[in-house]
Design a binder for this molecule. Structure first.
Ligand code: ADP
Ligand code: MG
Length: 697
């Protein structure tokens, strides 16, 4: 029997394969490029390309592609075959170092937000050697960054790699101050927990809203929803278990460390979590995971919904971004150490995160903003749109005693003095079970919980890495060259806590009183929608931070604003058109047909006994007629807004119109339709209901 270790990573050109297939000097030089970003020369690239091709061909590949992540949020690939003509009329399989390092896909139809003038349609892709190549189907996929000819990023990987570099540079400065001269590099790691829904494919195909938008735009509440909480961690049904088993196999072959799987809160909702790994690899893996989740579902007669809010009134899906910073020797800088010295270093990194999340709360919020995620944040099921940090009572008490030079009760009754006492290991606080905090410290990592299930994790990590890098830069500037390092450190930590403790909140984030306190007393931002938060990309403090660290150029920021706002507008516009279409062509005709049936029943009853009042039919007919009229009026109103939208050219104005007019009008159309559903005989309803979808697998 083959066991998991036999096939884990069998489709990946990983370190094991490289070591076995590459000449020693080529391997060493590639390893240096992977670890430290050293330049790769063409001779090495040629040797790597040739070994990669031989390995891929042995494993059934006929094509190769540069695999990249344009701003569409999904991955892109353009396949080229390895074949080259041989003089004897046959073919040989060829792949050069040049083809490995650089590609030139026709980029004209990827969103560029105006960065790439239309006459220069070409962008180029550049190999990211730090993420292993892999085989998908019959194609060797080479993870790459995607840029314009001017060098501007057209993708999510480029700024992510830049943000990791920025953090590396600044964290190393701090570590040197603590006397650590042997660390070579510092990297962030991420373990993204991915939520998703599974629905039956035949039912899915009957719903235009799911097909066109990924979420239901209509649907009355089923008699049973998630109130019993009986799905969470419940027994996994055989059909779902078979799906998960195949999904794991596929992911493992690709070297993806799929680790845990369980049912989530909502019926038909599940979660998959991998073991954490370096951020850019975790990002590539999460993109692949989402793709393979959908592919495998299809084979099982299922559809995997990755939308943030597929069903109203039922929990939506998010993605928890577990994030930590570690050195090349594996020391986690967010873990309190075993010595007072390590503790002091831990506290400084902790303070850096606290300050970063406070100062750049708007950017973190913006990094998860999409039309889909706007339905989740603040809807009493996911963290609120207000960013805050959960530290737990124990750690908060330690920080308070540091800030105020007061005794910390738990560690004897002595004053917390930096570098004098070993801190306790902070266990995940039991109060953290409520999961209401957007950004929670969980013992040795932070869990950023605002991401939507379909989001690429790149955006959140770009902002997080950059914000922390910026704060560490300030810290290093402050501490370098200080005579009395310990005193300067202590003062810096105290000041940071004083200035930024407003972002720390250990209570219930779903509570309305928290939002009031956060906004009114603490001055935190409550950016509820995508158009509310996107303009923060242009706030001076954010622009200067991101351009200063060279994570984004000013032009790139502008282009990203345009693309993200366009994505928002497109998503909602498609939804609105789909609603109109479903209401006019499916729902209203179905209700009318039912009215007709009721009327003929009434007529039949009357024919038998002329005195019958037919009260039931009359009542139903008049209720349903009124609802049809309401739907009709709502369709007209929505149509009118869509016409205005079509005449609005400015992207900001469009997004605001959508937020203020289109979305409210969509709700006004949905309400009578959902009510009509509850009053219409099941056999007349034109598509599967919530009950069918949620309990149908
Ligand atoms: P939960 O209770 O939220 O499921 P887990 O401890 O199981 O918490 O971890 C959830 C995710 O966090 C997993 O993907 C795991 O690999 C990841 N994780 C654990 N430790 C770290 C770390 N030091 N850095 C980043 N991610 C981590
Ligand atoms: Mg979690």
């Amino acid at each position: 029997m083959t066991t998991v270790p036999d096939y884990f990573g069998s489709l990946v050109f990983d370190d094991r394969v490289m070591r076995a297939k590459l000449p020693e000097d080529v391997y060493q030089s590639l390893r240096q490029t992977i670890d430290e970003g050293a330049q790769l020369n063409l001779a090495v690239a040629n040797a790597v390309a040739s070994a990669m091709k031989d390995w891929a061909v042995e494993n059934g590949a006929t094509h190769f592609t540069h695999w990249f992540q344009p701003m569409t949020g999904v991955t892109a690939e353009k396949h080229d075959s390895f074949i080259a003509p041989a003089p004897d009329g046959g073919v040989i399989m060829e792949f050069s170092g040049k083809e490995l390092i650089k590609g030139e896909p026709d980029a004209s139809s990827f969103p560029s937000g105006g960065l790439r003038a239309t006459f220069e349609a070409r962008g180029y892709t550049a190999w990211d050697p730090s993420s292993y190549a892999f085989i998908k189907g019959k194609t060797l996929c080479i993870p790459t960054a995607f840029c314009s000819y001017g060098g501007e990023a057209l993708d999510k990987k480029t700024p992510l790699l830049r943000s990791m570099d920025a953090l590396n540079k600044q964290a190393l400065r701090i570590l040197r101050l603590f006397g650590n001269d042997t660390v070579r590099y510092v990297r962030t790691s991420v373990g993204p927990e991915q939520e998703y829904f599974l629905v039956d494919k035949e039912m899915y195909k009957k719903r235009k809203d799911l097909i066109f938008t990924g979420r239901t735009l209509f649907g009355a509440k089923p008699p049973k929803g998630q109130e019993m909480d009986d799905h969470y961690f419940g027994v996994i049904k055989p059909r779902v278990a078979a799906y998960m088993a195949e999904l794991n196999d596929e992911l493992w072959k690709l070297g993806i460390l799929a680790k845990t799987e369980h049912n989530e809160v909502a019926p038909a909702q599940h979660e998959l979590a991998p073991i954490y790994t370096t951020t850019n690899i975790a990002t590539d893996h999460n993109q692949l995971t989402m793709e393979i989740m959908q592919k495998v579902a299809d084979k099982h007669g299922l559809v995997c919904l990755l939308h943030e809010k597929p069903f109203a009134g039922v929990n939506g899906s998010g993605k928890h971004n577990n994030w930590s910073i570690a050195t090349d020797s594996g020391v986690n800088l967010l873990s309190p150490g075993d010595t007072p010295h390590e503790n002091a270093q831990f506290l400084l990194f902790l303070c850096a995160v606290i300050q970063a999340v406070d100062e750049y709360q708007d950017l973190l919020r913006a990094s998860v903003a999409t039309a889909g995620n706007d339905h989740r944040l603040g809807a009493n099921e996911a963290p609120p749109a207000v960013v805050s940090i959960f530290l737990g009572d124990e750690l908060t008490a330690v920080l308070e005693s540091l800030e105020n030079d007061t005794p910390y009760a738990a560690v004897e009754k002595t004053q917390m003095k930096l570098g004098a006492k070993v801190l306790p290991r902070f266990q995940r606080d039991t109060t953290d079970r409520n999961r209401t905090s957007p950004f929670a410290f969980t013992g040795n990592k932070f869990e950023f919980r605002m991401l939507g299930s379909s989001n690429s994790i790149a955006c959140a990590n770009i902002m997080l890495n950059a914000a922390v890098a910026q704060v560490l830069k300030g810290f290093a500037d402050e501490l370098e060259g200080k005579e009395d390092f310990d005193a300067a450190l202590h003062a810096l930590i105290k000041k940071t806590l004083k200035d930024h403790k407003r972002i720390i909140f250990n209570g219930n984030g779903y509570d309305d009183s928290w939002i009031k306190e956060a906004v009114e007393k603490r001055g935190l931002l409550n950016l509820r929608t995508t158009p509310d938060c996107m303009p923060c990309l242009f706030a001076e403090k954010n622009k200067s931070m991101l351009t200063g660290l060279k994570v984004f150029s000013a032009a790139e920021l502008e282009s990203r604003y345009d693309i993200l706002m366009e994505n928002y507008c497109k998503a909602v516009t498609i939804e609105a058109h789909t609603m109109v279409d479903m209401a006019e062509k499916e729902i209203i005709p179905a209700v009318e047909a039912y009215i007709e049936a009721l009327a003929s029943t009434a007529a039949a009853k009357k024919a038998v006994d002329g005195d019958l009042c037919c009260c039931y039919e009359k009542k139903r007919i008049s209720k349903l007629s009124a609802l049809v009229d309401q739907m009709d009026a709502a369709v007209d109103a929505l149509d009118a807004s869509l016409i205005t939208l079509g005449m609005t050219s400015d992207i900001t104005a469009q997004a605001e119109l959508i937020r203020d007019e289109v979305l409210p009008k969509m709700s006004l159309l949905r309400a009578p339709a959902d009510e009509a559903e509850t009053l219409t005989a099941k056999k007349f309803w034109p598509f599967p209901t919530y009950g069918d979808l949620l309990f149908g697998v």
